[in-house]
Each structure stands twice: as C-alpha cells, then as structure tokens.
Design a protein around this ligand. Structure first.
Ligand SMILES: [Fe+2]
Ligand SMILES: [Fe+2]
Length: 279
C-alpha cells in the first residue's frame, strides 16, 4: 500500500499548495491512501466543514488534527457524524468525535489511522501510549488491518520517538506532527515501522512555524501577547511523508516529500511505468 501523510496545513497558503500538488502526487506516486493533518487549516486555527470538504474533494481520505482540533467551534456540530476526521484519541472519553478509524482503500485494503497527542510541554491529557495500545490491541496489524498509521501530535521529539519504538512492529508508520518543521530522521525502525519525528507543515517557510513572523518575534521580545497571529501569506511548501507497506503490513519504504515554496524539493524518484526507484 502506498500512503501519503501530509503535515499540518497552515491557512490558505497551505491549502493552496495541497490543491496544486496533491492531484499529480496521487498520480505519479500511485497513492492508495492520503492522510492530512488539518488542525491549522482555518487561518491557522482549527478546521471548518467547508475546508474539510475541500480536502476530501482534492483526494484526501482522512484528516487528523491535534491541540487545535476544536478551535473552530462549528466542528463540534459535525465531528460525531464525520468519521473521516479524527481528533486526538487520548482526550477524555466524553469528548465528541473519535481518535481512530478503520478505512478501506479504493482497492479494498483496510487501513487503521490513529491520532494521538503528547503530554510533554502540552495540555495534560490521558496517557497517549495506553490509548494507542488499546487501539492496536483492538485492531491488530494483519488480522484486522492491512496497514496502520499513527499521527503522534506532540511538542517533544523524545515523546514521539518513544511512541515510534513503542509501536515498532505493530504499526506500518508512526509520524509526528505539531512542530511544523520537517525532521531529517525518516527511517524504518528495527521491527519494521516507518518513523519520522515531524512531517513538517504545508506553509510559507518565511515565517515562524507558518505564522507571519512579526507578531511571534514581538512576543519573544516583549513577553506580551497583544497582536493576533495569522498565517504567513507567501508561497507554501507542501511537506509530507511517503510510506510504502509490504504484505506483512510493515514499511518497505519511507521518504520525505517537499514541494513548492522555499524549502529544497525532495520527491521519491518514479521510473517509467510507475515503478519507484529504490533510494
Ligand atoms: Fe499544527
Ligand atoms: Fe498542534
């Protein structure tokens, strides 16, 4: 199975680069399933029904989120009926929405997507490790799912790496989000799980983690939170992670994807006939 995981989409520049690049990435990489983190899609804060519909129309199959999942209050009116949008699984059990769901790809394969959130330097939540463990036990790889992807939305790289090793051999991929900068540690862990600490964002990188740089710099200079943050408006880079799984549901390949905007482009090399060249 070929999966593309797209990092946090920041406002309109992020949505525009996804709209511009996703259709031909789907085609050239032969994607079976596309997951996108949409927690910052609505002007940097949360996601609306209209924006989610745009993503689905572009070919996104599942939208994960994070600490900003409910910034747009309208999501509370539809998240219980929209099972393609996930919020972190380890919110208290009474929270609307769901943190995991089993999907079917166009070719009929089953993929479980789990969204979890870290607790280091973040709001206190239930234990993300116990939460992910419960989902993996309820829907084991190979028996109940042909692939399993976990979006670990966290501030601390250590917590994300620990989640990668905790799931190694039981999931196809553990990918990190929330930091908005892609990390250079894409690898397949010893047990066969693909891992990258942060997918990066779909954002203008002439910014402070996707936001117009003026207000964040002022906030560091003065320690006053006066001005509002809004997304930087220059051309965005699409940051994503390409993962291919084998017959065991484990990863045979992981490669970063960066296209558009200021960051240096990197793409899996596709040969004639749709075959991917081994890195
Ligand atoms: Fe984010
Ligand atoms: Fe976040």
């Amino acid at each position: 199975m070929r999966i593309l995981f797209i990092g946090d989409v920041i406002g309109k520049p992020g949505r525009d680069v996804v709209a511009a690049e996703l259709p031909h990435l789907k085609e050239s990489l032969g994607l079976d399933f596309v997951v996108l983190n949409g927690e910052n899609a609505a002007h940097g804060f949360g996601i609306t029904r209209a924006i989610a519909s745009e993503f689905f129309a572009m070919g996104v199959d599942c939208i994960t989120t994070g600490n900003h999942w409910a910034d747009q209050k309208e999501i509370l009116s539809f998240i219980n009926d929209e099972d393609r949008i996930l919020r972190p699984r380890n919110f208290p059990p009474q929270t609307p929405g769901r943190g995991a769901n089993l999907f079917q790809t166009r070719s009929g394969e089953r993929i479980l997507v789990i969204n979890a959130m870290g607790r280091v330097f973040m709001d206190p939540l239930d234990d993300p490790f116990a939460s992910v463990d419960a989902e993996l036990n309820a829907c084991p790889l190979r028996e109940a799912a042909d692939a399993i992807l976990i979006d670990m939305h966290a501030e601390a790289t250590s917590e994300k790496m620990a989640m990668g090793h905790f799931c190694d051999g039981r999931a196809t991929a553990v990918v990190g989000t929330h930091q908005h900068v892609p990390t250079a540690d894409a690898q397949i862990l010893p047990g066969g799980t693909a891992y990258q600490s942060d997918a990066g964002a779909c954002a203008d990188y002439d910014s402070v983690i996707g936001m117009d740089k003026f207000q964040p710099v002022q906030r560091f200079l003065t320690k006053l939170s006066t001005g509002r943050f809004s997304p930087a408006t220059g051309p965005a880079t699409l940051c994503a992670i390409f993962i291919e799984s084998d017959a065991r549901g484990l990863a045979s390949r992981i490669e970063p994807v960066r296209v558009g905007g200021r960051l240096k482009e990197t793409l899996p090399v596709v040969q004639a006939g749709g075959k991917l060249r081994q890195p």
